[in-house]
Design a protein around this ligand. Structure first.
Ligand SMILES: [Zn+2]
Length: 70
């Protein structure tokens, strides 16, 4: 039997994919295209990672962006 489509959509939405900055190493969830700490320096360095679903979601990733810090 095929896996019902709704289940696959749920899997893709809740499988705890985050991003890790290749510049400073900060892990963000949900995934970001740009590191809020590094800004432009992180472009192209963000790595997708699986957060393993064991409470590994970082707590400090929700601060306001500081993209204009420099
Ligand atoms: Zn960074």
């Amino acid at each position: 039997m095929a896996i019902p489509r709704f289940w696959r959509e749920i899997q893709s939405r809740y499988n705890l994919i985050g991003t890790k900055c290749g510049s400073c190493g900060k892990v963000d969830f949900p995934p970001r295209a740009v590191c809020p700490t590094c800004g432009r320096r992180s472009v192209g360095k963000m790595q997708r990672i699986q957060l393993a679903g064991k409470g590994a979601v970082p707590d400090g990733g929700r601060g306001p962006p500081h993209l204009a810090a420099d």
